[in-house]
Design a protein around this ligand. Structure first.
Ligand code: ADP
Ligand code: ZN
Length: 614
C-alpha cells in the first residue's frame, strides 16, 4: 500500500466511528474475511477486541448485523456504548415490553438498525426467526455473529442449552457470513464449537492468549480475609475489582467483612434477590472503585474494561475457568493483578465435591484432571504464565517477568525425608490399624502432639509419633499441600478427606524419586509478595496525574448524568492519553485514541475546558 491509497472502508470506520488509529493483532484480517463474505471462528482472549471484529463488518456491509449474546446486562451496556459513538444499535430480550419490541421490529424492517443484539432464548422462538427472515429478504442481514460461542460446549463451564439451537440458523440465510467468537482457549472447546455450529469451512483465527498486562500471583492461604484486605489496601486502594469465592455463604461474609473495614464491597450470587443482584451489578459497572464479591456466576460478558484486579479466595475448579475469570481484569490493557490464595483445605474440599458429585465416572475423571492441572499451576516453581500458555497449547520460550515466580524466584528445598515420614505414617495407620485419617491428625502424629484425639486412638504409640517434630504446623501443611499436588499423597473418596498413598508414593518411599518443594514466602501472611503491581497512572508525571484525576471526576459526573458506565464516556486509556498530550484544540483532540467523531462533537468542548483549567 502506498501513502496515497485511501484507507479501506473498515479502517475508515475504525478511525471515524471508534476513534482508533489502527487494528490490533489480527482484527484487520478477521474483518476483511467477514466483509468479503467469509465465515470466521475467532478465539481471542478477553480484552483483545473481539467486539470490533463483528461490529465493523456490520457497519461496512449493507443490512443489519445480528449478534447473539448470552447476557442481558452486557447487551444493554454494549448498546449504550455503540450509541455513544453514533451507531444505531438495538436489542431484543425478555426485559422489554411488547411496545418496545414492536418499535425495534419496525426499525429492523425499515432498515434503520445497524446492529441488533438478541438473547439466545429469543432466537429459539419461531416468531423471531420469521422476523429475521423478513429482514434478510428486505433490508438484509450483514453478518450473523455468535458471541461467547463456547456456550455450545456441553462439557464447558458455561453450557447454555439455547445455544444448541443456533446451529439451525447458521445456514438459514445464504450469503450472510457467520462468525463464532470466544475467549475460551482449549483445543477441545475449539473443536466442539466448530462441529456443533457447522463451521468446519470457516477461516479460524486463534490469537495468542497471553495477557501481558496481568500479573499472576498465587499465595498460600493463611488468614484469607486479612490477606485479601492487605492486598486491596496496599495495592488496589480505590480500584474496581472482583473477588471470587466458591460458596454463597463465603461471598456474603467476605463482602460484609470488607465493608466493615471501609471497602466499598458488594455481594453477588444466585441466592440474592434479583433486584439486589441487579443493583449491585449496576453499581459495580457504573461507579468508580466498587469491589464485587461473587460466585463464579458473576462476570461472563461483563465487559467493564477497568477492572484492576481479580482475586480468588478459593481454589478455582479448572485452569480454564481460572483463566477466564482472571481475564476479566485489565481489558483496557493497563496493569492489573490476578491474585489467588489457596490452601490445603481447598484441595480436600474439592476432592470431596468431586467424589460426592453427580455424573458418571468419565465426568469425575475429567473434573479430577482439571483439579490436578490447577494444583500444578499453584505449586509450580517456574513462570506461571509459561505454564498457563503451555496448558492452552501455546508454549513460549521465555519467562514472563510479570508473575510472582519470575519477580521473586522460588527457593526450593529437598522434601524427600519429610515426605517419607508422612507416607510411613499413612502406611502404618493403614497396615497396623486398618485406619485412615485426614491431614490434621497425621500432622499431629508427626509433630508428636498429644491431643485428645491422638490419645483416644492410641496414636502416640505409633513408631512415627513425633518423628516430624522438627517442622512446625504451617510447614507441615505446606508439605502436605504440595505432596497432594505432586500426587505423592492422594485424598480418599470416602468424603472425609482421609489420606492415602498417591501414584508417586512407592517411588518416594523407596528413595527412587526425590521430592522438591517450594518454600512458602513469608510475606504471604500479609497479602503476598513484596512486588506490587504498579498503579495505572504510575507512568504519568505528577502534573499529568493531577490532570488525569480531574478528567476522571468530570467523567464520573457525565456518566452519572446519563446513567451509563464511566467507560462508555471515555476509557482510562483515553483519559491517560489526554492527560499526557493535553490537546488545546478540537483538531488536536480528534487525534487522541478513543475520540471518534460522535464523542468529539459531544464532549470535545467540555474536555478542552477541563484541560484548560488544569
Ligand atoms: P473482548 O470482547 O475481546 O473481550 P473488547 O471488544 O471488549 O474485547 O475490547 C476491549 C477494549 O479494547 C475495548 O475498550 C475496545 O474499545 C478496545 N479496542 C479494541 N480494538 C481496539 C483497537 N484496534 N485500538 C484501540 N482500542 C481497541
Ligand atoms: Zn513469569
Amino acid at each position: 500500500m502506498t501513502l496515497t491509497d485511501a484507507p479501506s472502508p473498515a479502517l475508515e470506520v475504525l478511525r471515524r466511528v471508534f476513534g482508533y488509529d489502527a487494528f490490533r493483532d489480527r482484527q484487520g484480517e478477521i474483518i476483511d474475511t467477514v466483509v468479503a463474505g467469509g465465515d470466521a471462528v475467532v478465539l481471542m482472549p478477553t480484552g483483545a477486541g473481539k467486539s470490533l471484529c463483528y461490529q465493523i463488518p456490520a457497519l461496512v456491509r449493507p443490512g443489519t448485523g445480528l449478534i447473539v449474546s448470552p447476557l442481558i446486562a452486557l447487551m444493554h451496556d454494549q448498546v449504550d456504548a455503540l450509541r455513544a459513538v453514533g451507531v444505531r444499535a438495538e436489542f431484543l430480550n425478555s426485559t422489554q415490553g411488547p411496545e418496545e419490541r414492536v418499535q425495534v421490529e419496525r426499525g429492523l424492517l425499515a432498515g434503520e438498525v445497524d446492529l441488533i443484539y438478541i438473547a439466545p432464548e429469543r432466537l429459539a422462538l419461531e416468531s423471531t426467526r420469521t422476523l429475521l427472515d423478513r429482514v434478510a429478504a428486505g433490508p438484509g442481514l450483514s453478518v450473523f455473529a455468535i458471541d461467547e460461542a463456547h456456550c455450545v460446549s456441553q462439557w464447558g463451564h458455561d453450557f447454555r442449552p439455547d445455544y444448541l439451537t443456533l446451529a439451525d440458523l447458521v445456514r438459514r440465510w445464504p450469503g450472510v457470513p457467520t462468525m463464532a467468537l470466544t475467549a475460551t482457549a482449549t483445543e477441545e472447546t475449539h473443536r466442539e464449537l466448530t462441529t456443533r455450529l457447522h463451521l468446519q469451512d470457516a477461516t479460524h483465527f486463534v490469537a495468542s492468549f497471553d495477557r501481558p498486562n496481568i500479573q499472576y500471583r498465587i499465595v498460600p492461604k493463611d488468614e484469607v480475609k486479612q490477606q485479601l484486605l492487605t492486598f486491596l489496601r496496599t495495592e488496589h486502594a480505590g480500584d474496581a475489582g472482583i473477588v471470587y469465592a466458591l460458596s454463597r455463604a463465603s461471598v456474603d461474609s467476605t463482602a460484609e467483612w470488607l465493608a466493615s473495614r471501609g471497602i466499598t464491597a458488594l455481594p453477588y450470587h444466585a441466592g440474592l434477590d434479583a433486584r439486589v443482584r441487579a443493583r449491585n451489578q449496576a453499581r459495580f459497572l457504573r461507579e468508580d472503585g466498587v469491589v464485587i464479591v461473587a460466585t463464579i456466576a458473576f462476570g461472563m460478558g461483563i465487559d467493564k474494561p477497568d477492572v484492576r484486579f481479580v482475586a480468588h479466595i478459593d481454589l478455582p475448579k479448572s485452569v480454564e475457568g481460572y483463566y477466564q475469570e482472571t481475564g476479566r481484569a485489565g481489558r483496557d490493557g493497563l496493569p492489573a493483578t490476578a491474585w489467588l490464595a489457596y490452601g490445603l483445605n481447598d484441595v480436600v474440599q474439592q476432592r470431596r465435591l468431586i467424589d460426592r458429585g453427580t455424573g458418571d465416572a468419565a465426568h469425575r475423571r475429567r473434573q479430577s484432571a482439571n483439579l490436578d492441572a490447577m494444583l500444578a499451576l499453584c505449586e509450580t516453581v517456574t513462570c506461571r504464565r509459561r505454564q498457563l500458555l503451555a496448558y492452552f497449547g501455546q508454549p513460549t520460550g521465555t519467562d514472563c517477568g510479570n508473575c510472582d515466580t519470575c519477580l521473586e524466584p522460588v527457593a526450593t528445598w529437598d522434601g524427600t525425608v519429610p515426605a517419607q515420614k508422612l507416607l510411613s505414617t499413612v502406611v502404618r495407620l493403614q497396615r497396623e490399624r486398618n485406619q485412615r485419617f485426614g491431614g490434621g491428625q497425621i500432622i499431629d502424629i508427626l509433630r508428636g502432639k498429644r491431643t485428645p484425639k491422638v490419645e483416644q486412638h492410641g496414636h502416640d504409640a505409633l513408631t512415627t509419633f513425633g518423628i516430624g517434630a522438627d517442622l512446625g504446623e504451617r510447614a507441615w501443611r505446606s508439605v502436605l499441600r504440595q505432596l497432594m499436588a505432586q500426587d505423592v499423597v492422594a485424598v480418599g473418596d470416602d468424603g472425609y478427606g482421609t489420606l492415602m498413598l498417591g501414584a508417586a508414593a512407592p517411588a518416594v518411599l523407596k528413595g527412587e524419586q526425590p521430592v522438591r518443594l517450594r518454600h512458602d514466602l513469608e510475606q504471604s501472611r500479609s497479602g503476598g509478595g513484596s512486588k506490587r503491581a504498579a498503579p495505572v497512572t504510575a507512568d504519568l508525571d505528577a502534573q499529568a496525574q493531577v490532570v488525569f484525576e480531574r478528567l476522571r471526576t468530570w467523567r464520573s459526573a457525565q456518566a452519572k448524568e446519563q446513567a451509563v458506565p464511566a467507560y462508555v464516556v471515555f476509557g482510562d486509556a483515553t483519559l491517560k492519553a489526554l492527560a499526557v498530550a493535553r490537546p488545546a484544540s478540537l483538531d488536536a483532540l480528534s487525534g487522541i485514541s478513543g475520540v471518534g467523531a460522535a464523542k468529539l462533537e459531544r464532549y470535545g468542548q467540555a474536555v478542552l475546558d477541563v484541560l484548560a483549567e488544569s
